[in-house]
Design a protein around this ligand. Structure first.
Ligand code: PMP
Length: 360
């Protein structure tokens, strides 16, 4: 008898549902926090030339030193801090979890948070503890400190701003958590470009702090490039788990080129921030829609019947994220990524039509 998956695969993996990426072809795609703008034509021409000449017959540069130097400058990484690159920051979360997965080790985060924190803890065989946020999605510091005492987590992940709620947590409370943590704390700044706050300057202050960034929300999601910034004593160990060629030749070349023009990405982020204000104002005045404050490139909203509204939008060609049912605090919540002015109008029009005439 050939083995069946349930004889071979770990029970906690059998129990997981795969991370669902819905088909989006032909839709107004506002579900995944992508930057809706493309790069300027001249830069695209330069990229075309680079791609044409890229040595794709060779493995990529495993150290990616030129790209790291460019990142160091563009992101103003403090002297003395090292960089580890990932195939997206997802992969960095996985490397950290694999490295820390001693028997009984716990990864702690807040709930609701980026779902991959929990999923990857499970992939790696780590325990997971999720501390509920308060109803307004602020950090429950007392509950966090109690959970730290109880679980002694090896790893704490905090997204700053948080996904899917969009808010920045109180920086003093986050610092208290870093100070109380018996292990490492990773501040995940995936949405940094849309917020006016960062823990980058605290890296030198806290020996157990690591900071994660990604180029995905900045306009380069398709390249898959994330980075971890921190002290070499940690990064030397984590590097051992990084597969040597995890960042491809073309990704390295294009990222390095685009980072020569950081203003291009920052101007796009500024345009998205301006549109976020416009979209928030339009949503605020809609009957039956409540929105939550955001420092990211998306807005969390609550409606009366989120799943029906989600389906109504989908039938009208607009794809957003339905969070209803994913966590008790997210009852009837939807998350919409800020798109171009035109996409946002299409979303608002479809939303108004759906609220007026739901497709049940
Ligand atoms: N962290 C957070 C908080 C996110 O929301 C995401 C993407 N949704 C990621 C990390 C992963 O991003 P990437 O793998 O594209 O770098």
């Amino acid at each position: 008898m050939p083995p069946s998956p349930d004889q071979i695969i770990r029970p906690e993996i059998l129990a997981l549902s795969a991370y669902h990426v819905p088909p989006a072809s032909g839709m107004v795609k506002l579900d995944a926090m992508e930057n809706p703008y493309s790069l300027p034509q001249e830069l695209r021409d330069e990229i075309a030339r680079l791609a044409a000449d890229a040595p794709v017959n060779r493995y990529p540069d495993a150290s990616a030193a030129p790209l790291k130097a460019r990142l160091r400058e563009a992101l103003a990484i403090p002297a003395g801090m090292d960089i580890m690159l990932g195939n997206g920051s997802d992969e960095i979360i996985q490397i950290i979890a694999l490295a820390a997965a001693k028997p009984g080790a716990v990864l702690l985060s807040v709930e609701p948070a980026f779902v991959m924190f929990r999923m990857i803890a499970t992939f790696a065989g780590m325990g997971y503890a999720g501390v509920p946020l308060k109803a307004d999605f602020s950090l429950d510091l007392d509950a966090m400190l109690a959970a730290i005492t109880q679980h002694q987590p090896a790893v704490i992940f905090i997204a700053y701003p948080n996904n899917p709620t969009g808010n920045l947590f109180d920086a003093t409370a986050v610092s208290r958590i870093i100070e109380a943590a018996p292990g490492i704390v990773i501040i995940d700044e995936a949405y940094h470009a849309f917020a006016d706050a960062s823990f980058m300057n605290r890296l030198t202050q806290y020996p157990n702090l690591l900071l994660m960034r990604t180029l995905s929300k900045l306009g380069l999601a398709g390249l898959r490039l994330g980075l971890l910034i921190g002290r070499s004593e940690w990064l030397i160990q984590l590097e051992k788990l990084r597969l040597p060629y995890n960042v491809g030749v073309v990704t390295q070349l294009i990222a390095e080129k685009v980072l020569q023009y950081p203003d291009v990405l920052l101007q796009q982020a500024a345009a998205i921030k301006a549109e976020r204000t416009v979209l928030s104002k339009c949503l605020q005045v809609l009957d039956g829609v409540d929105i939550f404050p955001t420092d990211a490139n998306f807005i969390l909203l609550r409606v009366d019947a989120a799943s029906q509204v989600f389906q109504g939008l989908k039938q009208r060609g607009v794809l957003i994220k339905n969070l209803d049912g994913s966590h008790p605090l997210l009852k009837n919540c939807l998350r919409v990524t800020v798109g171009t002015p035109d996409e946002n109008v299409q979303f608002l029009t479809a939303l108004q039509a759906t609220l007026k005439k739901p497709i049940y």
